[in-house]
Design a protein around this ligand. Structure first.
Ligand code: DLL
Length: 439
């Protein structure tokens, strides 16, 4: 077998060929959306865009953006670009308010999706000899079925445990010689925690790879996970609207997420002015689906903030990378004029003690109407048995955390310590921010 199998070959194609493919596919995708979606024709008319002026990918910046609210407003099938007999599955992303976003998939869409997840698995070093346990939820959420289909496409043995049932996860990891697990990083923390409680020894397993995404996580978190379990942790990125997990994934260089840009064309724009930004600058990630037939999206605003890394990667892949998602534009907290990202809080906590992985951020209004930001941190069992009955030592530790938060973020945090196991654990995406400012 050659070093890279056929599935991963598109990752390594010459850049000129890639641009050529993107250009050709883009024109077809634009035409598909324009001809089949009345809503899209109206959008272009509103923005006075003459469709005949779109002649190549270079013209993409003439086109208006599609927003999350547009998908809610056209719920459920207003963006459908094909007849219903071609649709073979729906997924949906719940969001916190209003109608869900519902995404219809054709056979071709599911094929592209499975191919992309499979290309991720190849980059993670997995093949037909691997046993992949899926701990993402199965259902409308794309995590479970996405990794499942991609795992089968890569010819791994798939163990579809879904989210939750932590005891069973650990039992199968050991008994079925599982080599890779896919779940949210926060759920894997819970699995690690439970393993510690029951005296589970990771060295008794064959687990070597963790496939983590669906929520932000930091380099510090990667180090914690890897040092606790001895596995290698890979980042996988995606969103329901574009297909699900596997819009991009890391390679063994761990230096950004490669985007499968032969299927999903990425741009970065300034989230305020919506002007395109050059590679290397941070802004909002925007995708154009190049192959989707069920619900093609042209210039879809993800609200995820990152940058495109165009420099060649040490792995040899020519498809560009994005940096770690620093935050969603909705997750940025502006506290007394300072921008605060959850990732900064996580990095500060884990720099004080790598075990401080269970935390919550609470926002409220203080006496003078000013915003108060409180970080509640759960003590590790080790720290608790070391300091638990010594209030002075606890206070010193609390101040150490508060000072680290201040020096990292630049504002004062109310910092509260809570006992081990006091915080709810997550089985899927974890909720870290509790905003009570309007109550
Ligand atoms: O979370 C798809 C997915 C499933 C990705 C499993 C990876 C693994 P949604 O529920 O639509 O889809 O949420 C998409 O989650 O816009 C990001 O804000 C966030 N997100 C996804 N992957 C990552 C990641 C799935 N690796 C939203 N790092 C996206 C940071 C991520 N944030």
């Amino acid at each position: 077998m050659t070093k890279y199998n056929m599935l991963s070959a598109p990752d390594f194609m010459p850049v000129e060929r890639l641009r050529d493919i993107q250009n050709r596919k883009f024109l077809a995708a634009f035409r598909r959306a324009y001809e089949n979606v009345a809503w899209y024709r109206e959008l272009l008319a509103q923005h006075q865009v003459d469709p005949s002026s779109i002649k190549s990918l270079a013209d993409i910046s003439k086109l208006p953006f599609i927003k999350k609210t547009d998908l809610r407003d056209t719920y459920p099938n207003g963006m459908l670009a094909t007849s219903m007999d071609k649709i073979i599955r729906y997924h949906a992303s719940s969001g916190t308010t209003g109608k869900p976003i519902v995404v219809p998939y054709t056979r071709e869409d599911l094929d592209v999706w499975a191919e992309c997840v499979s290309r991720c698995l190849t980059a993670f070093g997995l093949d037909e000899n691997d046993v992949l346990q899926v701990g993402y939820g199965y259902g409308l959420f794309t995590g479970g079925l996405g990794l499942h289909d991609g795992g089968e496409r890569r010819r791994c043995t798939v163990v579809p445990v879904s989210g939750g049932n932590t005891e069973r996860h650990l039992m199968f990891i050991r008994d079925l010689n599982v080599t890779a697990i896919a779940c949210t990083p926060s759920y894997f923390l819970h699995i690690i925690d439970h393993a510690q409680k029951i005296g589970f020894n990771w060295k008794d397993t064959k687990l070597k790879v963790g496939i983590f995404g669906a929520e932000p996580w930091t380099e510090e978190m990667r180090q914690f996970i890897e040092s606790e379990t001895g596995i290698t942790a890979f980042d996988i990125y995606g969103l329901t609207e574009i297909s699900g997990p596997g819009v991009g994934g890391e390679c063994s260089s761990h230096a950004g997420v490669h985007i499968f840009e032969d299927h999903f064309y990425p741009e970065i724009v300034d989230p305020d002015t919506l002007e395109p930004l050059p590679d290397g600058e941070s802004g909002e990630l925007v995708f154009t689906t190049l192959d989707k037939t069920g619900m093609p999206l042209i210039r879809y605003r993800t609200r995820d903030i990152t940058k495109i890394i165009a420099e060649p990667c040490a792995c040899g892949r020519t498809i560009r990378r994005i940096g770690r998602i620093s935050h969603r534009s909705d997750d940025m907290m502006i506290i007394r004029g300072v921008n605060v990202f959850p990732g900064q809080v996580e990095s500060a906590l884990l720099a004080v003690d790598p075990g401080l992985v269970n935390y919550q951020i609470h926002l409220s209004k203080g006496d003078a109407g000013l915003d108060v930001i409180e970080v509640k941190v759960e003590l590790t069992r080790e720290k608790f048995s070391e300091l638990g009955d010594n209030t002075t030592s606890l206070e010193i530790f609390r101040r150490l955390i508060a000072e680290k938060l201040k020096s990292t973020v630049g504002i004062n945090f109310k910092t509260t310590l809570v006992e081990p196991d006091a915080m709810p654990r997550s089985q899927g995406k974890i909720k870290r921010i509790y905003d009570n400012r309007n109550q």
